[in-house]
Every structure is written in structure tokens, then in C-alpha cells.
Write a protein that binds this ligand. Structure first.
Ligand code: SF4
Length: 225
């Protein structure tokens, strides 16, 4: 079910490996062959073997809500990313399971978010989806959060995830995201535990985790609201 976010294998490395093997075989069958010529040829092969362009992780997003009051305290800007593999029964946003849903996230999108965060009445920034911590999404999510932090160091940042804090805390990139955010709303949506009276979450298993206190203490600290 997984699609690799990083594209095809390194064809340049494969080509170089084949070239080296050929030259070694040539040297074996023709021991009088001038080794300087062999290695000069090898160097040229290295120089002219094209490296495939690195495919950057690419994220789509479904929407940006610029006055959201449902996904964190106060009036917020919320980014809804595309792509989620959790497939929770009763998900409110199943169209965003598709990684290709919505629009590609680009430089203009980041500017749109930063501009939307400028008014004084904006209290925070939330990232949800979809799944912000899917491997395809987390590099872009990290760069967005870094940019928001640079512009608004004191703005509170929330992330929603179907993964638990314990699943994310030691994972590359995810732990960098956690180090920058204030609250993680974690866990899948469980329809049997749905409760409409809950604030900022859909089902009772989901937790509002105070990430800074949790990281400082080494044990889960829930947000006091
Ligand atoms: S994690 Fe969220 S977006 Fe993904 S399936 Fe569950 S409820 Fe839907």
C-alpha cells in the first residue's frame, strides 16, 4: 500500500557499479592493460554518469482555513494536509485520505499561511488532515512549522495525528515536529468512542497532549483546559 515518496532507486549508482565491474573484468583478462588508462576511464565514467534528480518529498493540501475556531483555542489558521493511511471508520474527512487530493503545497502556499497569521486576532496555527505525520508529509509540515515559528515565535501550534505520541516521539522528522509544537491531539478516531461534547477532538481515546511539558518530564502530560 505504501508509495515511496522518494522516487526510483539511484540509477546513477547502479550504472557506476556496472561500469566498475566491467573495468575490473577487463583488467583480469588483460593484465598488461595500462591500469592508468583503466582508472582514468573509471574517473570519466564517474564524472559523466548522471545522477537522477532527487525527488523532493511533495505534499498536497486540501484547504487552509483562515478563521478556524474548531481545532484549537481562539481564532486560528488551520492547514488541512492530504494523505492518510489510518482509514478510521467514520472519518469526517475521508476524501483527504488520497495523497493526490487538493493542491500541491508550494512557496505561494506558505506565503498564504504566513499572511493569514498576521492579523492580531489570530491566536494560533493548527495542522491536521489527512495525516501530517505520514512520511510523504512530515518534511513539508516541519518546514511550514519552522517558518511559522520564525515569524511568530510565541504563537501556539497544534498538530492532529492518528498516530500516538509514543509512536512519533522517536521517529525521524516527527520528533523534530514535536519539538516545535505546543499540543498534539493524538490517536485514531474511534467511532465507538465518539463524543460530541469533547473539546477539540472527536473520540474519547484521543488525547490533548501538552507536548512541551511531556518532553520535559518524560511522561505524558495532558493539556489543562
Ligand atoms: S487519522 Fe484522521 S483523517 Fe485519518 S482516517 Fe483517521 S480521522 Fe480520518
Amino acid at each position: 500500500m505504501c508509495r515511496s515518496p522518494y522516487g526510483s532507486p539511484n540509477r546513477g549508482a547502479v550504472t557506476r557499479s556496472v561500469t566498475e565491474g566491467f573495468l575490473r573484468a577487463t583488467a583480469r583478462v588483460a593484465p598488461t592493460y595500462n591500469m592508468c588508462t583503466v582508472w582514468a576511464t573509471l574517473a570519466v565514467a564517474h564524472i559523466y554518469t548522471p545522477n537522477p534528480p532527487r525527488k523532493e518529498p511533495n505534499m498536497n493540501y486540501a484547504t487552509i482555513k483562515k478563521t478556524d475556531v474548531a481545532n484549537g483555542p481562539g481564532v486560528r489558521v488551520s492547514l488541512f494536509v492530504s494523505g492518510c493511511r489510518h482509514a478510521c471508520k467514520g472519518c469526517f474527512n475521508s476524501e483527504a485520505w488520497d495523497f493526490a487530493y487538493g493542491e500541491p503545497f508550494g512557496g505561494d502556499t506558505l506565503k498564504e499561511i504566513l499572511d493569514a497569521l498576521e492579523p492580531d486576532y489570530i491566536e494560533g496555527f493548527s495542522v491536521l488532515g489527512g495525516e501530517p505525520f505520514e512520511p510523504e508529509n512530515r518534511e513539508t509540515v516541519l518546514s511550514v512549522i519552522r517558518a511559522v515559528k520564525d515569524r511568530h515565535p510565541d504563537m501556539n501550534i497544534w498538530c492532529y495525528s492518528g498516530f500516538t505520541f509514543e509512536q512519533l516521539k522517536d521517529t525521524e522528522v516527527s520528533k523534530d515536529i514535536l519539538s516545535l509544537i505546543d499540543v498534539l491531539v493524538d490517536g485514531k478516531f474511534v467511532e465507538a468512542k465518539k463524543n460530541l461534547r469533547l473539546k477539540f477532538r472527536g473520540s474519547e481515546n484521543q488525547r490533548l497532549i501538552d507536548v512541551k511539558k511531556t518532553l520535559a518530564s518524560g511522561e505524558i502530560k495532558l493539556l489543562e483546559i
